[in-house]
Ligand binder design. Structure first.
Ligand SMILES: C[S@@+](CC[C@H](N)C(=O)[O-])C[C@H]1O[C@@H](n2cnc3c(N)ncnc32)[C@H](O)[C@@H]1O
Length: 215
């Protein structure tokens, strides 16, 4: 998001293992939108401070962020949801190759399907919820899944600055899909920042990471 600054910060981050590097390459080659390096590193650092026992992730993709979190926090259990068949299969493949894979459970399906919602709640409560799926649905994810958030829990939402597009006047964005997404993210940010039960800070790292805790 910050161009040169991001590259500068990324230049310090060289300690990923081979599997993670391979996953990053796969994501790049196959246009899978995994979290930006500075974003996932910030998230992992916040998790070290928080030391959660169980994390819910909405949006597995190929399992990159789930495995990064499992690698960071000893013994943490991760429940993660993915609706895309091919990405789900790829995530299962990488989990099988990772020493932390057994601590990650992938639920295949749409996070807003009632059967998935019921399954997610049955595995709760969660110490952390990481929202990284369809941007137009962030508010629904937040509302649905914070019901299973512990009192001391934390919600992390990625992409809230959406490559800086939140600064634009959305009416000037030509592509309708993009215009609508920008509107939805701006609306989510407004809503989240004024939430009566949560206090939120937006960190301008990666693609923008919102960190929300209960008031
Ligand atoms: C940005 S990617 C997740 C990246 C992943 N967290 C990482 O950093 O490695 C978002 C993923 O969420 C999935 N997704 C989007 N909306 C979803 C929904 N409603 N239910 C389940 N998965 C969803 C997409 O298929 C996509 O693979």
């Amino acid at each position: 998001m910050n161009g040169k600054l991001d590259s500068y910060l990324e230049s310090f981050i060289t300690d990923r293992n081979e599997l993670f590097t391979e996953m990053e390459r796969y994501a790049d080659l196959n246009h899978v939108p995994i979290m930006e390096i500075t974003g996932i590193n910030t998230l992992c650092q916040l998790l070290r401070l928080q030391n959660p026992k169980r994390i819910l992730e909405i949006g597995t993709a190929i399992g990159y962020s789930a495995l990064r979190m499992a690698d960071t926090i000893e013994q943490v259990e991760i429940i993660t949801i993915e609706r895309d068949e091919e990405r789900y299969e790829r995530a299962i493949h990488y989990l099988g190759r990772s020493p932390y894979g057994q601590r990650v459970k992938v639920i295949k399906g749409d996070a807003l399907d009632q059967s998935v919602i019921d399954e997610v709640h049955s595995f709760g409560p969660y110490d952390a919820i990481f929202i990284d799926a369809a941007k137009g649905q962030y508010q629904k994810f937040f509302n649905e899944f914070t019901a299973s958030l512990n009192e001391q829990g934390c919600v992390y939402t990625d992409n809230v600055l959406f490559k800086g597009l939140v600064l634009e006047d959305e009416d000037l964005i030509e592509k309708k899909n993009l215009r609508n997404l920008v509107k939805k993210i701006k609306h989510y940010n407004q809503w989240l920042m004024q939430h009566e039960e949560f206090i939120t800070t937006i960190l301008p790292v990666g693609d923008g990471l919102a960190v929300s805790i209960k008031r």
